[in-house]
Design a protein around this ligand. Structure first.
Ligand code: ADP
Ligand code: MG
Length: 415
């Protein structure tokens, strides 16, 4: 019987990585063909894990550089992050010595002695809004000259792009748009220039396409091929629960794993792991390792929907605020709460909601359309015959538990 160790809150690889065999082999096939994949999926779907695990499996054939852009605010920061990712690869780093020495002019003669932590600071000081593109081009040149082809895994790209475009006050100015275009075009040009030598994977969960569309910049990613990471199917999720149970001595009774999966409604790997984490804690605290269908219900309501769930939900809210901005967020909140509380967000409800909001640059209907695009793209809602519904029952229940109080469904509101 298969066994699996729990994830522990971060991305997983190796003996903590479950399933995704077809995704990985297709992903590798695309890379082998020289494609630049755009890895899209909502948060917690396992994008980072998929990239890390793929990098692990490809280590003998490719130089895989993992670059997290979560903390990057400017294009120059991204080039710093990229430079730092090169550092552990000694041969590449050696080849890049001249370039790095050039950026690190004040320490040129002792570049190899500079501590890693200090390196970041020095690089940041040497890369400016005026020279990042040129230095970045040189860096790409070094990558392209590598003996093994390079896979550049850029994680959380939409966060950077969203910041470039909207700054801290969430407004798109002509200058910000120009800077965003410069960065995206720079990436695109390098992906074309070094085709076959350097593959670029872009990944991230917040509405990438909608953000670029709003700035009329979608053309900058048209040489990237979308690679969609879907939720696990039920068999994979149930297999995961059984493998975890084997590892930790939990004995499922009846159809407990099936019940867990149907409670979730959508097998986002992180939610499957979280359910097991609570089930295990429940067993341990009672000192009884059997876990049956009734326990599923209790743990779902008492644990999954409790404070820990609320902490998860805060992440969803923060991301939505990040991509929609403070202005549009309250409208999105109403739309999601309507869907959570009544089960559906209908066209009628959307129309009725219009009068409660106004925006300086667009009509409320336009703002709603943009929000819906983001919510669909990010996997919150999907369109059915009866209107928009939550994709994940768990996320719906979280949302409902948090906002139901003091919410009046739109159709019941008095003028
Ligand atoms: N292949 C997998 N096997 C086991 N657990 C996974 C897998 N992919 C994701 N997870 C679970 O989901 C969590 C989030 O994964 P992560 O790769 O960080 O997602 P993302 O980058 O899409 O937000 C992990 O901590 C783990 O609990
Ligand atoms: Mg991630």
């Amino acid at each position: 019987m298969e066994r699996l160790k729990q994830a522990g809150g971060n991305w997983v690889t190796g003996d903590r990585f479950w399933g995704r065999e077809k995704d990985i082999s297709l992903f590798i096939e695309r890379l082998d063909e020289g494609a630049h994949p755009l890895l899209v999926a909502q948060r917690r779907m396992g994008k980072t894990s998929l990239m890390r695990e793929t990098a692990r499996r490809l280590a003998d054939r490719y130089v895989c550089l993992f670059v997290d852009l979560q903390k990057s605010w400017k294009a120059a920061d991204a080039v710093v992050a990229l430079s730092l990712a090169v550092h552990p690869h000694r041969t590449l780093w050696q080849k890049g010595r001249h370039l790095f020495a050039n950026i690190l002019s004040n320490v040129a003669d002792r570049i190899d002695e500079v501590e890693f932590a200090e390196l970041g600071l020095r690089l940041r000081a040497g890369l400016t809004s005026g020279n990042w593109a040129q230095k970045g081009d040189q860096l790409f040149g070094i990558l392209a000259a590598s003996e093994k082809p390079v896979v550049l895994l850029l994680d959380e790209v939409p966060i950077l792009v969203s910041r470039l475009l909207k700054g801290e006050d969430f407004s798109i100015t002509p200058q910000r748009r120009a800077e965003t275009e410069e960065f995206m075009s720079w990436l695109r040009e390098n992906s074309i220039r070094h085709q076959g030598q350097v593959r670029i994977v872009m990944s991230g969960s917040i509405g990438f396409e909608p953000v670029l569309r709003r700035a009329h910049l979608t053309a900058t990613i048209n040489n990237f091929v979308p690679f969609e990471l879907k939720p696990w199917d039920d068999a994979t999720a149930i297999g995961c629960l059984n493998a975890l149970a084997n590892e930790y001595g939990v004995r499922f009774q009846g159809d407990a794993p099936g019940r867990m999966v149907s409670r979730l409604g959508c097998n986002i790997p992180h939610h499957v792991q979280m359910f097991f984490y609570h089930a295990y804690g429940w067993c341990k605290r009672r000192d009884r390792m059997q876990f049956g269908p009734d326990d599923v219900e209790t743990v779902y309501h008492q644990e999954m929907l409790s404070t820990r769930g609320h902490a998860e939900l805060t992440h969803y809210e923060d991301r939505l605020k990040l991509v929609l901005g403070q202005e549009a967020f309250p409208l999105a909140l109403e739309m999601l709460t309507e869907a959570a509380v009544t089960g559906h967000l209908t066209r009628d409800a959307l129309a009725a909601l219009e009068k409660y909001f106004s925006f300086p640059e667009q009509s409320t209907a336009e703002a709603q359309e943009e929000i819906l695009r983001v919510l669909e793209h990010d996997g919150y809602l999907r369109l059915t015959e009866s209107g928009y519904v939550f994709v994940s029952k768990l996320v719906r229940d979280w949302w409902k538990a948090r906002y139901e109080f003091a919410f009046t469904p739109i159709s019941q509101r008095k003028e």
